[in-house]
Ligand binder design. Structure first.
Ligand code: ADP
Ligand code: MG
Ligand code: MG
Length: 251
């Protein structure tokens, strides 16, 4: 589903290369974890996948279902079913969360050539998904993320993910200092989405999240490259021994 081939990328308008020959394959049905020490390029990779224009791919390719997505803008990527959740969700003052969700769902449907949801149909879907996530309906009347607690932001993010039914979900949870409740919200949301036709990439600094989302594959990112790939036991190994051994072996 996702194939990254010898990717090199730099910060736009600079010579600072952050991604330096990265290879990664994620199959449909798979939950892949990307781990790595601080500064290894994990967040940069998620921004590049989302199509942000402050990074520039200098060589290599990113294939989604066999097609390059490098020329697609963020909205076109989203329309194809790619969902990115960020460490620091944006606040949208003046727009009720409910309204935001409706616009997001309908613009995605439009891009897919599907009819707009009727208001009752939209309401039914939102209420059902919100109740699964134990979201207080009053929260949906407030502007998105404005004054939300950490846990509420996580719930709102996972609610968006559940409603948009993406095919490829990429979650950057690095450094976000998730407490145990937020961790469980993310994990439950991701686990509920697991299906044979969907893939999830969880980017995380913490092994602990992977106690709740058990990954099929674990990739270690260091200096902009994947230096080791393994199964879930690799995450446990990293927790016990740190990154030094793997970095040493790859050097
Ligand atoms: P991680 O998420 O693995 O901690 P990042 O992707 O945030 O790593 O950062 C990788 C490297 O790129 C770091 O050395 C960081 O300082 C650098 N970097 C990322 N974005 C920028 C930027 N806009 N300007 C300068 N350096 C950047
Ligand atoms: Mg970091
Ligand atoms: Mg990061």
């Amino acid at each position: 589903m996702l194939e990254i081939r010898d990717l090199h990328a730099k910060i736009a308008d600079t010579d600072t290369e952050i991604i330096r020959g990265l290879n990664l394959t994620v199959k449909a049905g798979e939950v892949a974890a990307i781990m790595g020490p601080n500064g290894s390029g994990k967040s940069t990779l998620s921004y590049i996948l989302s199509g942000r224009d402050d990074y520039e791919v200098t060589s290599g390719d990113i294939l989604y279902n066999g097609e390059s997505i490098l020329e697609l803008d963020p909205a076109e990527r989203a329309a194809k079913g790619i969902f990115l959740a960020f460490q620091y969700p944006v606040e949208i003052p003046g727009v009720a969360t409910m309204q935001f969700l409706k616009v997001a769902m309908n613009s995605q449907r439009k891009a897919r050539g599907e009819a707009e949801l009727t208001t009752p149909d939209f309401m039914r879907r939102v209420k059902e998904a919100a109740s699964h996530l134990k979201i207080d309906p009053d929260m949906l009347k407030r502007p998105l993320n404005v004054g939300f607690s950490g846990g509420e932001k996580k719930r709102a993010e996972i609610l968006q993910m559940a409603l948009l039914e993406p095919k490829l979900c990429i979650l950057d949870e690095t450094d976000s200092g998730l407490d145990i409740d937020a961790l469980k919200i993310v994990a439950d949301g991701v686990n509920a989405l697991r299906s044979p036709d969907r893939a999830v990439v969880v980017i995380t600094h913490y092994q602990r999240l992977l106690d709740y989302i058990v990954p099929d594959t674990v990739h270690v990112l260091y200096k902009g490259q994947v230096i080791k790939t393994g199964d879930k036991t690799l995450a446990h190994e990293l927790e016990a021994n740190g990154y030094a051994d793997i970095i040493g072996a790859a050097a």
